[in-house]
Design a protein around this ligand. Structure first.
Ligand code: FNR
Length: 376
């Protein structure tokens, strides 16, 4: 169907399903075990109610904000997700093109299907990117990658993903295995080489090959600092304890970690791990000072503009979409991504107006009722 007839993200996903290969669908759709966390990521937003105020002039609204000190047109960003070219030849560069008119940030996966140089080649002036790092067991490979990123001024952060030291058990993906060769050829990171990669296990397991599982507080951040001066973002924080430890580290080492992403990897790592909403509520309760020390970004299950606004009300500074961008790409290449962002941005603006809010900076807990989630 023509893209303009698709009115919400479920319709985009359904359209993508008819366009992409079975393997691509299985890889993107899949999540750990029973997909509980994947679905709960989305449904938890339905348990938070909005509290609209009246008599507010909302003729004009703005979603502009800053992330790590850089201006962006919207708090909505693209989460790092591997292998965009499985969905469409436009790939990660197509996602960049699709979101360019919204001034949104894009995080590029360590396992992107295009190189970082290709992705930023045609980037719009002012567009900002982050590079997601899966530290490799052969550290020199990651060091070489960081050296390449340091040379590309569009990259403003290194996003260290911590929630997947081991691949989750993703049965949809395992059932529809992909030829190892495609993965090796497509990975932007240096995954080539003579290492013998085991066959089977799905795309996720294939891509995971070579990823380090021995990262710790003591060694990892100092090592990254040695190889880049870019701000570090920790992705995959799922408890208030780890949020607290990150903020404590950030205070003790200024200029190191500048943000955390509350995420359960779209439910793809540990099934029944909490959605970001629960972690946001925990942080508000036990260590609210975290919000003053580092930026808190979230992702997982975003389907509607109201989901984004609710996360902002709980203290998130930015809200990411993983699958939504990939499904947009699958549904219609870069124009499909543009349509996806048009829908979400439109919904965010409608939500702000109906809430009685002019800018995202005004959002706060007074605009939501979380009683139903806190009872869970
Ligand atoms: C991911 N995600 C991910 N995260 C990461 O840090 N590095 C990666 O390479 C990938 N790869 C990846 C592939 C695919 C197909 C998906 C769906 C996801 C996780 C991603 O960044 C994000 O946390 C989730 O996708 C957010 O959930 P939603 O928006 O997909 O519900």
């Amino acid at each position: 169907p023509p893209l303009h007839t698709l009115l919400n993200l479920d319709e985009i996903e359904a359209a993508a399903k008819t366009q992409v290969s079975k393997k691509c669908w299985a890889y993107y759709f899949s999540a750990g075990d029973d997909l509980f966390s994947k679905y709960y990521n989305g449904s938890v937003f339905r348990s938070i109610l909005l509290r609209p105020r009246v008599f507010v002039d909302c003729t004009t609204t703005s979603t502009a904000t800053t992330l790590l000190g850089h201006k962006v047109g919207t708090p909505l960003y693209v989460s790092p997700a591997a292998m965009a070219r499985l969905a469409h030849p436009d790939g990660e560069a197509g996602i960049a093109k699709g979101i360019s008119s919204f001034g949104a940030m894009q995080l590029i996966s360590n396992n992107a299907s295009q190189t970082p140089e290709q992705i930023v080649a045609d980037a719009t002036p002012g567009a900002i990117f982050g590079w997601q790092l899966y530290v490799q067991t052969t550290r020199s490979k990651s060091e070489a990658m960081l050296a390449r990123i340091n040379k590309l001024p569009q990259f403003k952060s290194i996003v260290l993903t911590l929630d997947a030291p081991h691949p989750g058990k993703r049965e949809h993906d395992e059932k529809s295995n992909l030829e190892a060769q495609l993965v090796v050829d497509s990975a932007s990171n240096d995954k080539s080489s003579d290492e013998k990669r085991p066959g089977g296990g799905g795309v996720g397991q294939q891509l995971f090959w070579g990823t380090a599982a021995d990262l710790t507080w003591d060694t990892t951040i100092p090592w990254i600092r040695k190889h880049t001066s870019l701000p570090i973002v920790l992705k995959g924080i799922q408890t208030h304890e780890d949020a607290y430890l990150t903020a404590r580290y950030a205070r003790a080492h200024p200029g190191s970690i500048r943000a955390i992403i509350l995420s359960n990897h779209g439910g793809r790592a540990l099934d029944t791990a909490p959605p970001a909403v629960h972690t946001l509520l925990e942080i508000r309760k036990y260590c609210p000072e975290v919000f003053d020390t580092i930026e808190v970004w979230i992702d997982g299950g975003i389907k509607r503009g109201t989901d984004v606004v609710k996360a902002l009300c709980l203290g998130a500074k930015a809200v990411g979409v993983g699958r939504a961008a990939l499904w947009g790409l699958g549904a219609g290449g870069w124009q499909g991504v543009e349509r996806t962002f048009e829908i979400l941005q439109g919904e965010i603006e409608t939500c702000l107006k109906l809430l009685g809010v002019k800018t995202v900076a005004e959002l706060g807990p007074r605009f939501i009722n979380t009683r139903m989630v806190e009872r869970d």
